[in-house]
Each structure stands twice: as C-alpha cells, then as structure tokens.
Design a protein around this ligand. Structure first.
Ligand code: SAM
Length: 264
C-alpha cells in the first residue's frame, strides 16, 4: 500500500532525481560557514532536512546540527549515509510548523526548498523567528531548476493537463507558492536581508534518464493521477519526447543555481 506522505514514497530515489551534487553541497557549506562566521560552538537547525543533502557537510566537519522532518523515510535515507548517527547530529521526526525547541535555541536556521511544503507559512516563519537567537541567522535557500529541465517538465504538464483531476488538484498549490512572501515577512520584523547566488553549475541528463525519473514518480506532479492513468500518460509523453527531441539519447544540458537569502 502507498504511504500517505509523498516524500515517504520517493525517499529512496530523492537524491538521484535532484541535481545538488555532493561537491556543490560542500561549496554551499563553505559559503554558509563563512557568511555566518560559524565556529564549532555554532548550532544549526534545518527544518525539512530530508535526506541531509545540505547539512551532511556540516555534520562531517563537526558542527552541531539538528534536522527535523515529517518523513520517516527521508530521515532513514539520511541516517544510511552515516555509519552511525554522530553525537553532533540530532534527527527528529515531526512537523516543522511546531518546532519542539525553546526560544532562542539556534545560531543558524536554514530551510532549503521547503517553505512551500508547509501548510501555514507565516506560522512556520513565526516558529523560525522564535527559535533563532537574536544575533543569529535565518537562511532561506532554494535550488533553481535548470531551464532545459523546466521546459521538459512544461511538456509533461501539458500532457498531464489533459488527464482528469489535474487542474483541480494543482491550482491551490501553485497559488499557495505565489502567496509566500518571506522577504516581506522579515522586513516587517526589521531584519536585514541579503541575497546571494551561492553557486551555478551545469546539469546534464539524457531524455531517457529524465523520463526514468518521471516514470518512477519522483516528483509531486507525478502523483496527481491514478496508476492506470499515469501509465497511459507516460506512454503518450514518451512518444512526444521521441518526436520532439529526435532521440531519447539526446542530452539536455543547462545551468542550475543555488540561491540564498540571509536574514539577520
Ligand atoms: C523538497 S524536500 C527538501 C529536502 C531538503 N531540504 C533538500 O534540500 O534536499 C522537502 C522536505 O520537507 C519535508 N517536509 C514537508 N513538510 C514538512 C513539515 N510540515 N514538517 C517537517 N518536514 C516537512 C519533506 O518531508 C521533505 O523531506
């Protein structure tokens, strides 16, 4: 039986279907350490830590890291990357919109591609503001989908939109993402904000590989229709790809970006 949490379903393939490599994660960690002047006394919290892509380099370098995630399976993937959970890492299975910490607990709170996932973004930001120390930082980060992949996804969406139920279910999510105004929220609380492009790098994938990710339902979009309908629409999408790209062996190559807004 399928698990209720979408991330529980995709946890095993999450890392391979995203484009943040270990070496990019190391560079992002270097940037964060310098930006926040982190020392070994600095405590980090990542709500929605997932499989640990972002904080693993911090853990390996001995920083104190707490991760909280609603998906047991994503946390299990994180744990598998370490022979045993080291004393400087604490992983909690729970809902990040009710952070189980006292006020002013952390020097740095970071979220990466996560705020859109919580139901009440303002309540979530209230919680972050509550647990970050007065001299601390909140880092709101996201990786930007490479344009060639976004275009590929656009073709998938066009075909998906022909299948029953798609429009009705996705509209509120899209609307919710547009409504999220983290910058406005922290400005109203008189935080200083700074924007950085931490890293740009090239991502290469064959059409066949990308189709494979979609076939394995690696993205939220792929869970909007029934199994039977999904199979039907993937056949249609594959035919479209052969026709449009000329070959499934063709490589799509474009730049991904890791962006960061720092509030302090
Ligand atoms: C797109 S993934 C990002 C994971 C990780 N931050 C990264 O950059 O790879 C979103 C993560 O947020 C988690 N998540 C979603 N809603 C949550 C909530 N209310 N509380 C805690 N975690 C949540 C999901 O389980 C998933 O691991």
């Amino acid at each position: 039986m399928k698990k209720l949490n979408y991330y529980d379903n995709i946890a095993q393939i999450y890392d391979q279907t995203h484009w943040l490599t270990e070496s990019v994660a190391e560079e992002v960690a270097d940037f964060i350490i310098e930006l926040t002047s982190a020392t070994h006394e600095t405590s980090f919290l990542e709500p929605g830590v997932g499989t640990g892509l972002n904080v693993l380099p911090l853990v390996r370098r001995g920083f104190s890291v707490t991760g909280i995630d609603i998906s047991q399976e994503m946390l299990a993937q994180f744990r598998q990357k370490l022979q045993k959970t080291p004393p400087n890492l604490k992983l909690i299975n729970g809902d990040a919109s009710k952070l189980p910490f006292i006020d002013n607990s952390f020097d740095v709170v970071l979220t990466v591609h996560m705020i859109h996932a919580v139901s009440e973004w303002k309540t979530f930001l209230d919680e972050i503001q509550r647990v970050v120390k007065p001299q601390g930082f909140y880092l709101n980060c996201q990786w930007i989908t490479p344009p060639a992949r976004r275009e590929f996804e656009g073709y998938f969406r066009e075909i998906l939109s022909k299948y029953e139920g798609y429009k009705q279910e996705t509209k509120p999510v899209d609307t919710a993402i547009q409504d999220i105004d983290v910058e406005g929220y922290f400005q109203s609380k008189r935080y200083a904000s700074n924007y950085f492009i931490v890293k740009e790098w090239t991502v290469n994938n064959t059409i066949k590989k990308l189709l494979g990710f979609f076939k394995s339902r690696a993205y939220g979009l792929c869970w909007l229709v029934s199994d039977e309908m999904f199979c039907q629409m993937m056949n249609e999408f594959e035919k479209f790809c052969v026709h449009h790209y000329g070959s499934l062996e063709k490589t799509l190559s474009s730049k991904a970006k890791f962006e960061l807004w720092a509030y302090s």
